[in-house]
Design a protein around this ligand. Structure first.
Ligand SMILES: [Zn+2]
Length: 430
């Protein structure tokens, strides 16, 4: 007992004192979240480091000055694959992964991809305050999702806590937190005759305040000093006077004030960027100059990024769309993903309408979906396809879902008398 107490006084009290003194002398810079919030967040991180491409060369980072937030422009599964295993680049070559330190899913779950002490190749050609190659001096965080869709509350919470922790570890203030679109820059191109911002649109929908990052930059130091030209759209988003909430309501559709450049940045003419024209024709970025011409892109053209092999799926005509690794419900339905006129046909055979879907990234590959429909109307002995759909029962837009899980359009059905019992009809909303 006495011995124990002696031990306690001799060893523990000094340790506690040292701890208290250290915590007092190093005040927390931000501490937007409580210690217990941080601790339970840290425990919840999924460690994916063992899945990193073995060819990735780990190099320790010499300094850490920034935390860079990205949007992956993909669903969770493909995001993890790309950052861990690598991505295809020009001329058919592939990278060796290690493209971020963390990935945050839309439900807030956070994955550790690479130990934070190593350099991740995430920012590419970049500059901040005159310093280039920001990957050498920063931590990368990927949010699963798109720069033109909203970031979820769960993502803001996780990224907020993660930033809070990293700020403490590396003694960083709020101005160290930047988005990829803020720091990326491009070489002169057909849109700019000088080095310029706008190479990336990445995380342009990130609202610093929602991650409890209070003091964001009020201007772009490299634009102010004349090193780079501003990108009008990005300057408005990050340094303009409008409220940030308004800025996230945007889509990946070309309009009078939204060009291919303002959606895709430097990937506008890439083979992996797919353009779906209002007439239904589909082109990749590298085909546009010859096929249409950049000045003549029709409004309402849909732009999809990172579609390495997805073009054949996009090309498929007809109202039934299929979710795949690179085509999420968001890229197929946009803001309509959770509307009651959007229906999902799960591989399990269940049918759900938009309001029953919690997030567009939670849906399995091979799920089919239709946008702008009402129903279902069941066919009975005394209720025929004609009774339900009228003259349009044979129309290509009238859809029939069979008990065998086949989904056919009216013009694909040869004999309506042979329609199996229990077939359900979906009608387009006019
Ligand atoms: Zn990025």
């Amino acid at each position: 007992m006495t011995e124990n107490r002696q031990f306690y006084y001799k060893r523990c009290i000094p340790l506690v004192l040292i701890f208290v003194l250290v915590s007092l002398s190093v005040p927390s810079l931000s501490a937007s979240y409580t210690r217990s919030e941080r601790r339970s967040f840290q425990r919840s991180i999924v460690d994916s480091r063992s899945q990193l491409n073995r060819g990735f060369n780990k190099v320790k980072r010499k300094k850490t000055k920034y935390i860079i937030v990205h949007t992956s422009e993909l669903g969770l599964k493909t995001t993890l694959k790309v950052v861990l295993k690598g991505k295809r680049v020009r001329q058919g070559r592939s990278t060796k992964g290690g493209h971020t330190h963390y990935v945050i899913a839309r439900n807030g779950r956070t994955y550790r991809v690479l130990d934070k002490k190593y350099k991740a190749d995430h920012a590419g050609r970049s500059m901040w305050n005159g310093e280039e190659y920001i990957s050498n001096s920063s931590i990368g965080i990927e949010l699963a999702g798109y720069h033109y869709a909203s970031i979820t509350e769960s993502q803001y919470r996780s990224v907020g806590i993660l930033i809070d922790i990293l700020q403490d570890v590396y003694r960083l203030d709020d101005r160290a937190v930047l988005t990829h679109s803020q720091v990326a820059y491009g070489k002169p191109n057909r849109w700019f005759k000088n080095n310029h911002r706008g190479r990336k649109r990445c995380a342009k929908n990130f609202i610093h305040a929602k991650a409890r990052v209070k003091k964001a930059w009020a201007y772009d130091p490299d634009v102010r000093s004349g090193r780079l030209w501003a990108d009008p759209q990005l300057s408005e988003v990050f340094y303009g006077r409008r409220k940030p909430e308004i800025k996230t309501v945007e889509r990946n559709i070309i309009a009078g004030n939204i060009s291919a450049w303002s959606i895709a940045g430097e990937d506008y003419d890439s083979r992996s960027t797919v353009y779906k024209l209002p007439g239904g024709q589909v082109y990749t970025g590298d085909q546009i100059a010859e096929a249409i011409g950049w000045n003549r892109m029709p409004v309402k053209t849909v732009v999809l990024l990172n579609q390495e092999n997805g073009i054949s799926l996009i090309k498929r005509k007809g109202p039934v769309k299929t979710i795949s690794e690179r085509l999420t419900a968001w890229s197929l339905a946009g803001t309509s993903y959770n509307k009651k006129t959007t229906f999902y046909f799960m591989p399990s055979g269940r049918i759900k309408s938009g309001p029953n879907i919690s997030d567009w990234d939670d849906l399995a590959a091979q799920t089919r979906l239709i946008v702008g429909y009402r129903g279902p109307y069941k066919i009975y002995k005394n209720r025929s396809a004609f009774d339900i759909a009228g003259q349009k029962y044979k129309d290509g837009k009238t859809l029939y879902y069979m008990p065998s899980r086949k989904l056919l359009a009216g013009d694909e059905i040869k004999d309506f008398k042979q329609l199996p019992k229990g077939t359900m009809v979906f009608l387009p909303v006019t």
